[in-house]
Design a protein around this ligand. Structure first.
Ligand SMILES: Nc1c(C(=O)O)ncn1[C@@H]1O[C@H](COP(=O)(O)O)[C@@H](O)[C@H]1O
Length: 163
């Protein structure tokens, strides 16, 4: 049984969404990947959302481009936390998707990451799971320490190049 449901409106979203899968691999969090569309496969979308918690999923990451109804619609049929990823398309640079996902009506939250930032969606999913999982929380702390170290090294290299 997978812990995270990684869904997207089209297979064409995968080049963006795979960054979330890479994070989940890094943290050894199990996930499933599926194309589910509110617009094109509405019955499948409702069935997926309604069954998600009973199937054992804990978090859903939903990516979509353009008129991105999927994250909000999934959030409306599941009590699980939903993280939305605005996928940029060739027109409007993802602003359409961002606004579609972020402007949810009160009562139906979607945690929206920045345009195209599926990596942050993966990291946020790990943090949500880590709140009730001490070993995973420790791994997230170690990841943050590594990030800090990396920035310090780049800062030192930049300043060295100026002297
Ligand atoms: N925004 C949605 C939804 C939805 O929100 O239900 N279903 C598909 N799409 C988006 O349509 C874009 C173009 O899809 P195609 O490349 O298949 O034409 C994709 O970014 C997809 O997420």
């Amino acid at each position: 049984m997978s812990t995270v449901g990684l869904i997207m409106g089209s297979d064409s979203d995968w080049p963006t969404m795979k960054a979330a899968a890479e994070v989940l691999d890094e943290f050894e969090v199990s996930y499933e990947v599926e194309v589910v569309s509110a617009h094109r496969t509405p019955i499948k979308m409702i069935d997926y959302g309604r069954a998600a918690a009973d199937r054992g999923l804990k978090v859903i990451i939903a990516g979509a481009g353009g008129a991105a109804a999927l994250p909000g619609m999934i959030a409306s049929v599941t009590p699980l936390p939903v993280i939305g990823v605005p996928v940029p398309l060739k027109h409007l640079d993802g602003m359409d998707s961002l606004l579609s996902i972020v402007q949810m009506p009160a009562g139906v939250p979607v945690a929206t990451v920045s345009i195209g930032n599926a990596r942050n969606a993966g990291l946020l999913a790990v943090r949500i799971l880590a709140a009730a999982d001490r070993p995973l929380l420790d791994r997230m702390s170690a990841y943050q320490a590594d990030l800090e170290q990396l920035v310090a090294e780049k800062d030192a290299a930049l300043r060295a190049s100026l002297t």
